[in-house]
Design a protein around this ligand. Structure first.
Ligand code: HEC
Length: 99
């Protein structure tokens, strides 16, 4: 019984954990929606890429892996990724510290 409870609570905790990996910011909900359907946020939350590189990455996700995303979401997600998951240098002046 206790074991089942532990397994159950682990299952429920997983989506929350996946989201916690991503910094708070505008565009996060759209990013979570578009990018965590097939794998967790940890698949990309640790990578730091420039905007051009993110654009290529997301475009690749769309064409190669069948990610379905509207143009509006694509723009939102790209802005979020290239703002909050940018390389440290590009980051230094414009990104507030993630809380
Ligand atoms: C339709 C399913 C699907 C969705 C939605 C999806 N991905 Fe993926 N993604 C995959 C698959 C499949 C892999 C390969 C997994 C593996 O290699 O284990 C992958 C791997 C990745 C990788 C690591 C491999 C690489 O190419 O660098 C990154 C980064 C990534 N995804 C980012 C994203 C981002 C950002 C989004 C949101 C725009 C997203 N994914 C949405 C299916 C998806």
């Amino acid at each position: 019984m206790l074991k089942n409870l532990i397994i159950l609570s682990t299952l429920f905790a997983l989506p929350a954990l996946a989201q916690k990996d991503l910094p708070e910011g505008p565009g996060k909900p759209a990013t979570v929606r578009a990018c965590t359907g097939c794998h967790g946020a940890e698949m990309f939350s640790a990578i730091r890429l420039s905007q051009a590189e993110w654009e290529r990455k997301v475009a690749n996700m769309t064409s190669e892996r069948g990610v379905e995303i509207t143009d509006a979401d694509f723009a939102t997600v790209l802005k979020y990724l290239s703002t909050y998951l940018a390389p440290p240098k590009a980051n230094a002046t414009k990104v507030p510290e993630a809380k």
